[in-house]
Design a protein around this ligand. Sequence first.
Ligand code: TRP
Ligand code: SF4
Length: 404
Amino acid sequence: MSTVDSQQRVLSGMRPTGRLHLGHLHGVLNNWVKLQHEYQCFFFVADWHALTTHYGDQKIFEENVIDMVIDWLAVGVDPGSAALFVQSKIPEHAELHLLLSMLTPLGWLERVPSYKDQQEKLQELNLDTHGFLGYPLLQAADILIYRAGLVPVGSDQVAHVEFTREVARRFNHIYGKEPGFEENAKAAVRKMGKKSAQLYSNLRSAYQQRGDHEALAKAQALLKEQQNISIGDRERLFGYLEGGGKMILAEPKSLLTPASKMPGLDGQKMSKSYNNAIGLREPLEDVRKKISTMPTDPARVRLSDPGNPEKCPVWQLHENYSDPEIKAWVVEGCKTASIGCLDCKKPVIDAIVAELEPIQKEAQQYEHDPDLVRSIIIEGCDTARESARETLSEVRTAMGLTTW
Ligand code: TRP
Ligand code: SF4
């Protein structure tokens, strides 16, 4: 727990596997932009995670890392609100990964569903590696090192956050039980001063004897306010409240990102590997052309053939971009064959172009000033590193690794 309020801290990472598209914008990125105003946010490029599957492919990393941050900035992720950084620039993640690996049972890693799934899906890659098996543990280190309480992820990542909770619990269980915990905790209570100590003790009894959760929340708030107790004592007092030992690592929760309803040009999920994506920085002329030539309801061979929007991927774009009036016009016009598919596409072309135009303008500024992007990343790294070092130093001490 330390001085960090985990419930206020959000962390998420993205692997640098290529330029971002409208699917990312409507799923992950718009969500990040919203969260950055509500929480203390850490967003990072998970380049080590990309390396677990794409080792040997240096080009990915040279080109995509900065590019991805440019995409983030262009859509409004604000470096003034969120720390933007690159995983491999914070080697503390790797040390925590190593330390946690000592106490992580092999079976836990083998049972994470993505392990076998991805190995089967990506057969062309050899994923029979230590690094790939350790993927979820590296992710756990990413999260735990910032004591992030909230992790925005898609449904495919929920199992990884659950795994992270188990690792944190195991760590706290093993290392939170310092010798003389009771005595140390009682001494820490006294250090809060008479009034706070009394209040803490009353709230603790209310929780432990009557299961009063409001009292628990009040006591936690009280601890957060304490200015003159050490980080170690604070952790003891958090742990003592709930009856266990010290809570050194905070258990995170996943914050499920609402699935993007943005379809690809063929009506399937938008994805670079399906070749159906509209890139955020794709020239607008190409975007117009792509939408103009995208498939429609196959029943509408001629203009005079009526169609059904439910069978048409263009309709799904209207669902994302058009107001009720336009949508009514589409349904009526399509079913009665009174509009052509090109007419029907025009409002979504206009809406997508209008959405992309300001993003591309922003992106251009950053493309022309790579030093600015680098300095934003360096600043984000500094913020991240400071926080990571604090956790790591407590972890080392808890594990008996003397620091001098
Ligand atoms: N595994 C995540 C993905 O593929 C990326 C990731 C790495 C991540 N570390 C993380 C996400 C920590 C959230 C928190 O999308
Ligand atoms: Fe699709 Fe619109 Fe053509 Fe109907 S009119 S088939 S909804 S593009």
